[in-house]
Design a protein around this ligand. Structure first.
Ligand code: MLT
Ligand code: ZN
Length: 460
């Protein structure tokens, strides 16, 4: 143990401080698997005072800090590869309080998303942000990336649900941001600056989460869509007549992988595109409307086939077709794009993107899917066997530059919900101007004068 670590251990004798190789490896990486973990040590604080002491210690010794939740991130935001102290919130994972009148839960950052959802249900309420990593990701990580997921179309991103935050800044001071207020017109809303900052502005040590009414009963439909240009037409037809909770798409390549991974095929025949939509279905009239939407779309030639869930189990099986994609692709160590644009430009953008991919990736398996109803497309490029890491990433980075130029033209974003982290850092300039990035740097200097938090992530 270094002298600096020995000092921290002496100062906080109860602190779980780990330096064994297994923990360094485990806590030093996220789902990107691109960087070799090399943290100095792992600290697992049990309360706010510990976190403040850790930050003051880090400032004295110039040690970088990497906040760590479930490490399910896809952009390298939780990677510790340059001698940082990982501050892992595994032991700060409690629900602290519930307020029935405010309809809020106050929680620690290490609480898994699924535990937050079930705590809300336990009080007869609902926390609506949801995605496949719900069992492993933590609310602290969700706040860091302003996580979105599958129900943004109705409920928005994590940001909409954060009523207050407590943050330990780079001086070790505790900032109590917004304190659960619904209305607060008293200057800069620093809470929203912290949400989506990818852990670069301080350590979130507590969050007050807004809850809502449980949703009405719902149903799930999957459509086979024969042409790319029909996808948004189907979206429009669905949202005109149904109350949508989700609208997602995936391609035949995605279906191929997710079925190989154990999901059930929805139809006999093949189709190049599929959409899955969830909508309120309180009674038979709603079901009948859904069938009419299907028939109208079929009549227009926008869909070839469809399936409407008849039970919760069937709805879950249909969702697996979409939610299982990331896991089914993981063994191929894909290069991921996570882009967004206004939904009005999607048809034109997808056409142009398809042309770029046909030219740049003629022999690669390129898998498209995502939250098309929010204007968020995921592209996963699978690593061909035999191609070495560096050559693969450099080829994909080149294509990301081309994508960045297309996005710049339509005013889109190089990261919709995964964050910039390390993976997209070279491409930040395609979405943010130099002046904007300078403002971000200035904000970081104020909140983190020692440059401790998540060094080298987002920008240098
Ligand atoms: C998803 O929506 O499934 C993930 O955010 C996309 C991905 O793994 O690339
Ligand atoms: Zn996603």
């Amino acid at each position: 143990m270094t002298a600096a670590l020995a000092e921290l251990a002496a100062q906080l004798p109860h602190l779980d401080l780990r330096t064994d190789a297994v923990d360094l490896e485990h806590y030093g990486r996220d789902w990107t698997r691109r960087w070799t973990p090399a943290p100095l040590a792992i600290a697992l604080p049990t309360g706010i005072a510990d976190v403040q002491a850790i930050v003051r210690w880090a400032r004295r010794h110039g040690v970088g800090l990497v906040p760590s939740g479930g490490r399910t991130g896809l952009s390298g935001g939780a990677v510790a590869a340059r001698g940082e102290l990982v501050v892992a919130f595994d032991r700060m994972n409690r629900v602290l309080s519930f307020d029935a009148v405010d309809r809020t839960l106050t929680v620690e950052p290490g609480l898994p998303l699924e535990a937050l959802q079930s705590a809300a249900r336990g009080h007869g309420l609902f926390y609506p942000v949801d995605f496949a990593a719900r069992g492993s990701c933590s609310i602290g990580g969700n706040i860091a990336t302003n996580a979105g997921g599958i129900r943004v179309i109705r409920y928005g991103n994590t940001r909409e649900w954060i009523a207050g935050l407590k943050l330990v800044d780079g001086n070790g001071d505790l900032l109590d941001l917004n304190r659960g207020l619904i209305k607060n017109s008293s200057g800069y809303d620093l809470r929203h600056l912290v949400i989506g900052a990818e852990g670069t502005l301080g350590l979130v040590v507590e969050a007050t989460i807004r809850l809502t009414d449980p949703p009405p009963p719902s149903n799930v439909m999957v459509f086979a869509v024969p042409r790319m240009d029909a996808l948004m037409k189907v979206f429009d037809a669905c949202r005109r007549r149904l109350s949508l909770g989700a609208f997602e798409f995936f391609t035949d390549r995605a279906l191929h992988h997710v079925v190989a991974h154990g999901a059930q095929r929805p139809f006999e025949g093949d189709s190049p595109y599929y959409v899955i939509t969830e909508f309120d279905a309180a009674d038979e009239a709603d079901q009948a409307t859904a069938l009419e939407v299907f028939e109208d779309c079929a009549g227009q030639g926008w869909v070839d086939d469809g399936v409407l869930s008849q039970s919760d189990a069937q709805a879950a099986a249909l969702w697996r077709l979409r939610e299982g994609i990331t896991e089914s692709l993981a063994p191929h160590r894909p290069y991921k794009n996570d882009i967004s644009m206004r939904i009005s430009v999607i048809p034109e953008f997808m056409r142009e993107m398809a042309a770029v991919f046909a030219h740049e990736y003629p022999h690669f398996d390129v898998v498209w899917f995502g939250h098309i109803g929010d204007g968020n497309l995921h592209i996963n490029v699978l690593r061909p066997p035999g191609l070495d890491d560096a050559a693969f990433v450099s080829q994909c980075d080149h294509v990301t530059e081309l994508l960045g130029a297309l996005l710049q033209r339509v005013g889109g974003s190089i990261s919709a919900e995964h964050g910039i982290g390390l993976v997209k850092k070279p491409h930040l300039g395609s979405t943010r101007s130099a002046a904007e990035i300078d403002v971000m740097r200035g904000i970081k200097r104020v909140l983190d004068p020692g440059g401790l938090f998540n060094q080298g992530k987002l920008f240098d």
